[in-house]
Design a protein around this ligand. Structure first.
Ligand code: PYC
Length: 413
């Protein structure tokens, strides 16, 4: 071994390059405490500082930054939802995503690809038309296309789909895009940090306190923080956190699994989704095929990934793209999807004053990252729900005023 190399093994005083403000101790009090250093929590921190000048903020995470669903999703961005509330909300997110690399001075590799939701039956085509009409009405580019047009957009796609469930058409959504998910979290963390916001990793929250005025303290493994504003942005851990204040939520946690292949030459420049076959596939800028399926069928608080998932997904993918049979799966993983009964998020104020919820992101959270951060920041700064998230409040379940978002992924169409 060369002496030069050995020298580096014994010298430990090279400072690690660090984008984030991660002090080793907590302050006694903050104006806002955000639980969850995923994309949503960090985006909220960024917009609290940028839009409202609120910087006495701590973002806490039980584990590491971006290690939950932010780093585990398949990065699809789209706004071709079915409800007007959903379409407006996700379109506002796309508008923020488009400028995000510049705004955060971080390349998030935003890549507009076009998004095909395949229809293998006349019933699915009918839903596609319904979604296209709602989208067009709200100025969103979506249209139903026939098989010739699908073949022009993705010549490799086998329209007869292996012979048993031929493709009849698709909902095509030109703004459909992908981005590098962890870079989104890093960019928001960097920007929030630069404005003085603190990020505390490996700082689990073990309790929350309230008094007659509302939420009053956050108990962590490193001490108690006094605060009058707490945001829970913890995806699959939401019922645990809301339970600390005896707030009931209708969320149920289901595993959602995904995988990537080895990198191969670029050939797929669109996003292909089939609700009927339970699959979605796109190609990353690195050349990997990023693929996923529907939720696991049973409620489970786990991120494990299974052989059954990858074999059944590949079986379906090969019906569409048989030439991939020799391509290797490199990695597979799972995330915890916090599903709501109406497939829309739970956002905004809660029954406890000063305690805010950003949850119920099921299979639709990554694409909402910028707009959830922006609207939660405005909600916290003003103490009232931002108009864009009014319909997503927890109170809708008590008021029987559900959203019914059947344009969400992994939802029967
Ligand atoms: O909402 O498009 C989506 C999606 C794809 C995979 C998970 N969610």
């Amino acid at each position: 071994m060369s002496i030069r190399l050995l020298k580096h093994a014994f010298i430990e005083n090279y400072a690690e390059p660090c984008w984030f403000n991660t002090p080793s101790t907590l302050k006694d009090t903050y104006d806002v405490v955000i639980i969850g250093a995923g994309g949503h929590g960090l985006a909220c921190a960024h917009y609290l500082a940028q839009d409202h000048g609120i910087t006495n903020v701590a973002v806490l995470d039980a584990s590491y930054l971006g290690g939950g669903n932010t780093g585990r999703n398949t990065t699809i961005i789209r706004s071709n939802y079915l409800t007007p509330e959903g379409v407006r909300f996700y379109d506002a997110s796309i508008q923020l995503f488009k400028e995000l690399s510049l705004d955060l001075e971080t390349n998030i590799f935003y890549s507009e690809r076009g998004h095909y939701t395949l229809a293998h039956s006349s019933a699915t085509l009918r839903t596609a038309r319904w979604r296209a009409e709602v989208n067009k009405h709200l100025g969103i580019k979506s249209e139903v296309v026939g098989t010739d047009e699908i073949s022009r957009g993705c010549p490799e796609l086998r329209i007869d789909c292996g012979g048993s469930h031929a493709i009849e058409g698709a909902l095509f959504h030109a703004p459909g895009a992908v981005a590098r998910h962890d870079a989104v979290a890093w960019g928001y963390a960097k920007s929030a940090s630069a404005r003085g916001i603190e990020i505390h990793q490996h700082t689990p929250v073990i309790g929350l306190e309230k008094d007659s005025e509302g939420v009053s303290a956050v108990i962590t493994n490193k001490g108690i923080i006094k605060t009058r504003n707490v945001l829970s942005a913890v995806a699959g851990h939401t019922p645990t956190v809301t339970g600390m204040l005896n707030i009931k939520s209708p969320i149920e946690i289901f595993p959602l699994q995904a995988c990537v292949t080895e990198p191969i030459k670029p050939w797929l420049d669109t996003i292909i989704v089939s609700g009927s076959l339970h699959l979605y596939i796109s190609q990353s800028s690195r050349g990997e095929l990023v693929m996923g399926a529907t939720l696991d069928p049973m409620e489970l608080h786990s991120r494990r990934s299974t052989l059954g998932f990858v074999t059944s997904l590949c079986d379906q993918i090969l019906d569409l793209f048989p030439f991939l049979s020799g391509v290797k799966i490199n990695r597979q993983w799972g995330g915890m999807a916090d599903m709501t009964p109406d497939f829309a998020p739970i956002m905004g104020t809660s029954p406890v004053k000063g305690f805010y919820i950003d949850a119920g992101w099921g299979t639709w959270g990554f694409k909402a990252t910028p707009i959830s951060g922006k609207t939660m920041a405005s909600t916290i700064a003003n103490g009232i729900n931002d108009p864009l998230i009014q319909s997503f409040n927890l109170s809708r379940f008590g008021d029987f005023d559900l959203v019914g978002e059947k344009g969400a992924a992994a939802v029967g169409h």
